[in-house]
Write a protein that binds this ligand. Structure first.
Ligand code: SF4
Length: 497
């Protein structure tokens, strides 16, 4: 649905147009002469002037033109409406334009009076087949609640609708009671919510908002507005970078970086096809991928050449699944142990292979420093723990690398980073003890969240409520409460995780 004022809509056309607010003195606006300078006086004074004074009354014809423009935007159906009562509950006066339309078309116009308590159309309001079916169903479900005088009228109408075989089928199917049956054996037989090996991504999602985790991962509610192509493009970007920085890659000296990128994009798009209908849009996406990667790799190659760190591993995976590079990461003591599986986008090490920086690629994002304290940034610290435990490297920092603008943001150990001059700038440099505390705290958050996930604690209590979350109509969060919720969470955290 698009909402426009008439002047903006004048170059458009729509199947259905609603012209709302057709009230006297509202549409058309009441145009009066200026009380100080009448139109007649203006005309007199303007004689011989290069810029004459504007008269007021001719604006009436502009209002009429606006009405003409509004009603001619509709290709199939036009609704002209006005509120029956004004804000004080008094009966309102419809615009005289409505009278003019009535006198032009007379009985041929359907006049509807909307009953807001009735969510389905009355027989005389139903125009399309779908509306006619809904009208029959609505009246059947609320039999008796309507005006009894409508009975005869309705029967005739229903007989007409049910005479259509397709509509009859649909109405009968809608009236049939639904037998609910739980088919997923994992839920029926228990164990569905057990966490054998938790993933940092899921834990982080739970940390940000338990309800969003529930809707997305357990109920698997799909976001109808989700842009599949954007996700596919993200996957292609990740894969090209993975192959480019793979330390085991055998480089073809004759192949330029541009040629490598083009070849990899094509291979990536084969695996992750874009769901675009038109070819030109796919071409635009292809070009966007190419330009983003060329710019990113140019900058990144230059940075790596000047710095002390090099990619040592890409897509480093750990867990007990076959094919992973390292075992599951076990955190906690024997009594409260939790196994983690995951995949770090990139691990860079210094020349001596002593320190490690874990990188998480994002198409466009920044690391939020406050997220460490709230437990909504778990992936990077947990990957650093895995790198330390499995690869024997000293964690120096974790960063989010925004591919589009080539910006790194993250958190670093100040004492270790100091050995590398200005290579690690940014505000989130922490003394070693503090840095270690962050890693241990992430492990504690992971254990707490995993426990809550298993016991299905799903409160609508987000620590990081996304502005564009597709589940806001399901969770029904009142956004004004967000700062209050966050304050409560911070208070709880002071007393321990
Ligand atoms: S709108 Fe906010 S509270 Fe609701 S599910 Fe999404 S992230 Fe959670």
């Amino acid at each position: 649905m698009q909402v426009y004022d008439v002047s903006l809509a004048r170059q458009k056309e729509y199947r259905v147009v609603f012209v709302a607010g057709l009230l006297e003195k509202v549409f058309p606006l009441q145009v009066r002469e200026d009380s100080l300078l009448s139109d007649w006086e203006r005309k007199l004074m303007s004689a011989g002037l290069t810029h004459p004074l504007a008269e007021r009354l001719p604006r009436q014809s502009i209002e009429r033109l606006f009405f003409y423009l509004a009603v001619t935007r509709a290709r199939e159906r036009l609704y002209l409406s006005y509120p029956h009562l004004d804000i004080e509950g008094k009966e309102s006066l419809p615009s005289f334009y409505l009278e003019e339309v009535r006198s032009l078309f007379g009985e041929r116009i359907t006049v509807m009076r909307q009953n807001l308590a009735r969510p389905y159309p009355a027989p005389e309001e139903a125009i399309t087949r779908r509306e006619r079916e809904v009208a029959v169903l609505g009246a059947l479900r609320h039999a008796g609640a309507e005006d009894p005088a409508a009975g005869g009228r309705f029967e005739k109408f229903a007989a007409g609708v049910c005479g259509d075989a397709q509509s009859r089928e649909r109405i009968l199917a809608a009236l049939k009671p639904i037998e609910a049956e739980l088919l997923d054996t994992r839920i029926r037989d228990g164990g569905y919510f057990e966490v054998k090996e938790a993933s940092p991504t899921r834990l982080e999602l739970y940390g940000k908002c338990p309800y969003r985790y529930f809707a997305e991962k357990i109920l698997k509610l799909q976001d109808p507005s989700g842009d599949i192509s954007a996700m596919q493009k993200g996957s292609v970007l990740h894969e090209v970078l993975q192959h480019y920085f793979d330390p085991k890659r055998k480089k073809d000296p004759r192949e330029t970086t541009e040629a490598f990128i083009r070849r990899e994009i094509e291979a990536g798009l084969e695996k992750h096809p874009l769901a675009r209908g038109e070819k030109y849009r796919e071409d635009l996406d292809r070009r966007d991928l190419f330009e983003t990667l060329v710019y990113f790799l140019e900058q990144e190659d230059r940075r790596l050449k000047a710095g002390s760190f090099r990619p040592a591993a890409v897509e480093y995976s750990f867990g007990s699944e076959p094919g992973t590079a390292g075992p599951a990461l076990e955190i906690g003591d024997k009594e409260r142990s939790l196994k983690l599986r995951g995949r770090a986008d990139r691990i860079d090490t210094d020349k001596d292979k002593k320190f490690a920086v874990v990188t998480d690629y994002k198409t466009s994002a920044r690391f939020k420093a406050g997220a460490l304290e709230l437990g909504t940034a778990l992936q990077l610290p947990l990957y650093l723990l895995a790198v330390e435990k499995h690869l024997g490297l000293t964690p120096l920092g974790g960063e989010i690398y925004s591919i589009r603008d080539c910006k790194r943001s993250g958190f670093y150990c100040e004492d270790h980073a100091a050995s590398f001059g200005k290579e690690f700038t940014g505000r989130s440099k922490l003394p070693e003890a503090e840095f270690r505390k962050i890693l241990d705290r992430a492990a504690a958050f992971a254990r707490t969240f995993a426990k809550k996930m298993v016991s299905l604690e799903i409160p609508v209590r987000p620590r990081d409520c996304e502005a564009s979350c597709p589940y806001d109509t399901v969770c029904r969060i009142e956004k004004w409460r967000l700062p209050v919720i966050l304050r409560e969470i911070r208070e709880d955290l002071k007393e321990g995780l």
